[in-house]
Design a protein around this ligand. Structure first.
Ligand SMILES: NC(=O)c1ccc[n+]([C@@H]2O[C@H](COP(=O)([O-])OP(=O)(O)OC[C@H]3O[C@@H](n4cnc5c(N)ncnc54)[C@H](O)[C@@H]3O)[C@@H](O)[C@H]2O)c1
Length: 354
């Protein structure tokens, strides 16, 4: 059996998670790694059994020099689009970490490159394999909630949880803060469950509330540098969709509160809390709450396994990249509305519908 040759671009924290699950698969060989920090690339190669001639400091050189079937892109958000487009143009399948990119136009370029190459472009939202979200999606699609008119989405926020790596907090690497890091999940989760309704307009605000404070208390293993904190740590956004649906998004990396609550969906015939999953309906003449016994799933294992299976079959991507491009344009509109301090239209590119 010919093994799939996989390369890793960016050998930091999450790259180890990719390598761990690739290595579980007998038909995958970790063949190359590239990181601008060469020591990190070398250590990574030693840890995961990548041969010395598969270690690079330049991802372009890696893509040129090694015959790869697929790559995982685990670099800072602003360094997702370039390697993805380059790999796709060379006929290499791509698994790129979330967020897809730092803005909609980069995401669109990536999608166009995937479309012309016919190769897989999968954004690594491991949450797509969450049993709660998958069941919630089926409940919404069944019509059991009636007409869905309102939802709130959040991961719950963190009291003190700003990532220490410049990957997340320096503007030229991250592009943005908590909206890109956690907000992208909150948006993908609710869009996945609701079946990607068409977004129309956004009114939003972002704040750098705690991250820049030199005297802010830091607990729980998080250690960021307030001196070089250049992005937002709070976002709230009110998003209008077609058919009257509205969604409130809220997320925080650092706040003076335990939690921003949990996500939920309201419909005319039922409501859903997403975490933990609970269905609220009028049943048999009474108000009834249904809870679910759901399996434990290693969602990180599932994302790598499903990506590799798709590569072996030659597609399609387990996560349609057009869905995530749409979400990136919502993110653009959130930043635009926050900076203009007024509601703005979501301008979706025509390519998403052709
Ligand atoms: N899915 C998840 O659960 C999850 C968890 C953490 C991070 N992430 C995402 O993964 C990405 C990386 O996050 P991280 O925590 O591993 O960050 P990190 O800072 O630990 O690692 C990033 C690595 O990329 C390298 N790098 C930067 N520019 C490069 C370039 N031009 N070429 C090659 N390498 C380059 C850096 O040297 C660093 O080693 C981010 O987009 C982040 O949002 C996803």
């Amino acid at each position: 059996m010919k093994k799939l040759k996989v390369g890793i671009i960016g050998a930091g924290g999450i790259a180890n998670n990719h390598a761990h699950y690739y290595r579980e698969l007998p038909d995958v060989e970790l063949s190359a790694v590239a990181d601008v920090a060469q020591d990190r690339a070398r250590e990574f190669a030693l840890r995961w059994g990548i041969p010395p001639d598969g270690v690079f400091s330049e991802f372009s050189e890696m893509l040129r020099s090694v015959e790869l079937d697929a790559v995982s892109i685990c670099t800072p958000h602003k360094v997702h689009a370039k390697p993805a487009v380059e790999a796709l143009k060379r006929g290499i399948h791509v698994l790129v970490e979330k967020p897809m990119a730092s803005c909609g136009s980069e995401a669109l370029e990536m999608y166009k490159a995937a479309r012309s190459s016919g190769k897989i472009l999968m954004v690594g939202f491991q949450t797509r394999w969450s049993p709660e979200l998958r069941v919630a999606k089926r409940i919404v699609a069944s019509g059991a909630l009636g007409r869905v008119y309102y939802a709130e989405t959040t991961l719950g926020g963190r009291r003190r949880g700003i990532p220490g790596s410049a990957t997340f907090t320096k503007k030229d690497l991250a592009g943005g803060g908590v909206l890109l890091d956690l907000g992208c999940y909150a948006i993908d989760n609710i869009m996945f469950v609701l079946g990607h309704p068409k977004p129309l307009a956004v009114s939003a605000s972002i704040e750098s509330a705690v991250g820049g404070q030199k005297d802010a208390l830091v607990e729980g293993g998080w250690a960021w540098n307030p001196e070089s904190f250049e992005v937002e740590d709070f976002v709230s956004a009110f998003i209008r969709f077609e058919n009257g649906l509205t969604v409130l998004l809220k997320e925080s990396w650092a706040m003076h509160l335990e939690t921003l609550g949990s996500p939920f969906i309201l419909g005319t015939k039922g409501g859903l809390r997403l975490s933990p999953l609970e269905l609220y309906r009028d049943e048999w003449g009474y108000m009834a709450n249904t809870s679910f016994k759901l399996p434990q799933v290693d969602i990180y294992r599932e994302r790598i396994r499903n990506f590799v299976e798709a590569v072996k079959k030659g597609g399609p991507s387990p996560i349609d990249p057009r869905e995530i491009v749409m979400e990136m344009f919502i993110i653009d509109s959130i930043y635009e509305s926050a900076s203009k301090r007024k509601e703005v239209d979501v301008k979706l590119p025509a390519e998403l519908f052709s």
